[in-house]
Structure formats: C-alpha cells, structure tokens
Write a protein that binds this ligand. Structure first.
Ligand SMILES: CCCCCCCC/C=C\CCCCCCCC(=O)N[C@@H](CCCCN)C(=O)O
Ligand code: ZN
Ligand code: ZN
Length: 448
C-alpha cells in the first residue's frame, strides 16, 4: 500500500511541519513499505533529524544511493565534440533513471520522451491549465576526465570524508538527479502540481547542445509552448569568492557570456625535414597561441551587464585576436560564435527570479544576499530564448574559492550534505512555483 499523502506544503511550508505531520513522517520512517525502493534499511541509516527539512530525512539514505553509490557518477556519459558523444553510456543513463525513479516514469500525469537520441523531456501536467508552465533544465553529459591527478578515479563514484568525488558531481549530474529525485519524492507523497512544468535533461550541453537542448526547444516552440521562467545551472552560492564580502552570497545568472570558437591555420611550403625552414608552421602557430595567452581579452568586470555594451564588445573579439596574433600567415576562421545572452528581468515583479531567490533563502539560509550576476560559462538555456525571456542560471551548490578549479578540473566533488540541499532546493522550487503570487522579496544586503 502507498503511504498516506503527506501535507507537503502547508501554510508554513516544508520547513515547519506540525506535530501530526512529524508523527506521520516518523511512521513512514519505520514502515518499510513507506520507504522508497532502495532504502533506508534502518532508521539509523537516516541519521539525526535535520531541522532544515524534516521531509527529506526520509530520503537521506535513498538519495545517497541514487547519486553516488555506484549510480549516476559511474556511468561515463562523456561528450567529446558535437556529434561525438558516448552513446552507450548515455543509453545506460536512460536505463538507470528509469530504474531508480519508477514513479516519474509511471505517473499518469508525467509524460516522458527521448529527444535527439539521448536527451530526456518530461512534461508534468499541473491541475491549473491557466498557469503558464515553467522549466527545470539540467544535463547528463560531462567533460572528459582521465584518472591522472585525481584522488579517486573520476568515474568510480567513491565517497571520502563526506564528499562524493567524480566527474559530474558539480556539473551537472547533481542537478539532473536532484530534479528527478525531488519529483520522485513528491510523486511518492501523492503530490499533484498545480502549475505544469517541464524537465529537460540534455545530453550534449558540454559540446553545444545542438542535438539535445536545441531539438527540445524547437519541438516545444513548434507546439506553441511559452514558459513562465526557466531555471538552469550557472552561478552558485559563493563563499569567500567575492572579495570584500564576508557572508556567502548567492548569484543567479540573469545573462551569460557570449562565445566564439576560432580555427587558426598556418600553411607553409612543404619540404624535407633535413632542411627545416627557420620558422615552421607549428612554430608560427605556437607563437600565435602564446601571444593570445599572454594577452587575454579585456575584463568586463565593473562595466555592468548591459546588453549593448556586451554586443559592441563581442563584435570586436575577432579584431582583437587578429591584432594580438599580428601575423598574416595565421589564418583565422570562425567555427561558432554567439553574442552574450539578453538580460533576464530581476525586479520585484519577476516571478521566476523572485521564486528562485525565495527558494535560495529557504534552503541556503546562511546566505546574506541573492543577487543577479553574469554567468561566466555557457549553458543549454541559450537554446530556449524563443520560449521565455525569464532565464535564470543558478546551480544549488556551495563553492569556496578552492572549489572553482574543480569544475571541469581535477577532483570535482560535492559534499553529501550539499547534494541533499540541492534536492531540497528543487523540491521547494517546484512547490513554490505552484502559486500565482510572487514570494515576498528578501532584502538582506544589510546582513552582509
Ligand atoms: C559575477 C561574476 C562572479 C564570478 C564568480 C565566479 C563564480 C563561479 C561559479 C560558477 C562557475 C560557473 C560555471 C557555469 C556553468 C558552466 C556550464 C558549462 O560548463 N558550460 C560549458 C559549455 C560549453 C559549450 C561549448 N562551447 C562551458 O562554458 O565551457
Ligand atoms: Zn554544466
Ligand atoms: Zn560543464
């Protein structure tokens, strides 16, 4: 038998369960039928009851198994280049989420489809068709990693000192699994959303999103879908990263940088290696690359995220590269380029920004302020520009300065506590989005 429905969201929200609700949770904890498919085996597995979110205590042992205990991190879903991705691993990932999130795949109001071969689009039908749907975005692919330099092999999914190590723990399997886990949990508790939403999990974000996000976006666009807002990976809770600010701050990316990928080519006269020219094509090219490295593009810090500024500077990029290389023998061609993204609204009336800000304050209560920022990486969200102007890039992760090099780098890791908070973030975000009213804006700059 299914456990009785819990009042997941009362007037007090998840943070303030009443005595009766707590009692129900206690019962569910000790009732094996009330537990999710793979845990917890004993109440000891669950650990002390967290004051932060009582409901998630139930899930603790379960979610540890989902993300790190072999599961998602051990499947090497690497993207190498557009069209060159590890298809077998991606299929395995699809099979894995079907296995560990059975309710997501069997619920009568969740529709699932595979797009572009390996990406996943879930449509969660809410009860009020008048509320505009929103979208939660993540990606399942990761950048390559070899064992060299890692404390534990990057695809072994091992835990050390409370941290789960592995490629994808911060970018972006934490989000892909966290979103599905939050939905599985809600479905298990017989939650029925009021506002419809989409979950899109791309399979080639790290190499352009051409076959995943782009196809999902055009499919939805053809169906006339418009989104209330879109939440994607991006900036994060930053602790000790912003100089001069003591308390941790959460930055939500309301825009993201533009990007240009160039090909540099040098052609020289062929000849025998025993008569090498004074300068070889490799030497010329290496010198060009070195000059670019010595002369990075100017920092825009302090100039503000105004779209016009970025647009004008971006059309200058090619000229700067040409002038820096200053060698006509090096031919430059553009492989791919796009301008910085439009700035999403972040005023008090912006539902998407405010609901995300409110949820950040609920889950990361240590944060002194939630502010808009420029996302310094690129994300799949740029493919959804025709569906909404409200795109917000925030990864529910906590980064210290020393952690920044772990993203796409060595020893990527997430603490188990932060992964749990990520699930809580999505759990709250889904429920907070169910209201047509704006959450009350937090103004906490004075606390910094
Ligand atoms: C207001 C700026 C403050 C800067 C503080 C630094 C904060 C760092 C926090 C988070 C790291 C940003 C990571 C953003 C997500 C990146 C997603 C990603 O890896 N995208 C790839 C896409 C590649 C697409 C093919 N060209 C990337 O950008 O490399
Ligand atoms: Zn990512
Ligand atoms: Zn990435």
């Amino acid at each position: 038998p299914e456990p009785s429905p819990l009042p997941l969201r009362s007037r007090r929200g998840l943070l303030g369960f009443g005595v009766q609700e707590k009692e129900q949770l206690r019962e569910a904890l000790t009732d094996p039928l009330g537990c999710p498919p793979c845990g917890p085996e004993t109440s000891e597995d669950v650990g002390p009851i967290s004051a932060l979110s009582y409901g998630l205590v139930l899930e603790r042992a379960w979610l540890r198994k989902q993300l790190h205990n072999g599961g998602a991190i051990r499947i090497p879903t690497v993207s190498f280049s557009p069209g060159n991705v590890t298809t077998t691993a991606m299929e395995e990932f699809g099979a894995y989420i079907r296995k560990v999130f059975p309710r997501v795949f069997s619920s009568s109001f969740v529709h699932h489809e595979v797009v572009g071969g390996f990406s996943h689009l879930f449509t969660v039908h809410g009860s009020d068709p008048l509320l505009q749907p929103y979208m939660l975005l993540a990606h399942l692919d990761v950048v390559p990693a070899s064992d060299e330099g890692w404390e534990v092999p990057p695809f072994s999914g091992q835990e050390r000192d409370g941290f789960l190590y592995g490629r994808g723990t911060l970018d972006d399997k934490n989000a892909a699994m966290g979103i599905l886990q939050a939905l599985e949990f809600l479905l298990k508790r017989n939650y029925k959303p009021i506002r419809s939403f989409y979950i899109a999990i791309g399979h080639d974000e790290e190499v352009s999103g051409r076959d995943g996000a782009r196809k999902i976006a055009s499919k939805l666009e053809s169906a006339g879908v418009r989104l209330s807002f879109l939440s994607d990976e991006g900036l994060a809770v930053l602790d000790g990263v912003m100089k001069g600010i003591e308390r941790p701050v959460a930055l939500v990316g309301t825009t993201e940088k533009g990007s240009i990928t160039l090909t540099l080519t040098v052609q020289s006269v062929p000849g025998h290696s025993s008569f090498p020219p004074k300068e070889t094509s490799i030497g010329i090219l290496a010198a060009a690359v070195s000059r670019l490295e010595q002369n990075p593009l100017p920092s825009l810090f302090g100039k503000g995220p105004e779209l016009a500024t970025f647009e004008q500077l971006a059309t200058q990029v090619l000229e700067l590269v040409r002038a820096t290389i200053a060698d006509d023998r090096v031919k430059i061609s553009v492989q791919e380029a796009f301008n910085p993204l439009p700035v999403s609204p972040y005023d008090e009336d912006s539902f998407g920004f405010q609901v995300i800000r409110h949820t950040i304050h609920e889950i990361f209560s240590e944060v002194g302020a939630v502010a808009p920022g420029v996302c310094i990486g690129n994300t799949d969200s740029r493919h959804y520009l025709n569906l909404t102007k409200n795109i917000y890039r925030f990864s529910p992760i906590w980064l210290k300065a020393e952690d920044l090099s772990r993203i796409h780098g060595l020893n990527e890791r997430i603490s188990l506590e932060m992964y749990e908070r990520g699930v809580q973030f999505y759990l709250h975000l889904i429920q907070n989005s169910d209201t047509p009213e704006l959450p009350k804006a937090h103004k906490s700059l004075h606390e910094l």
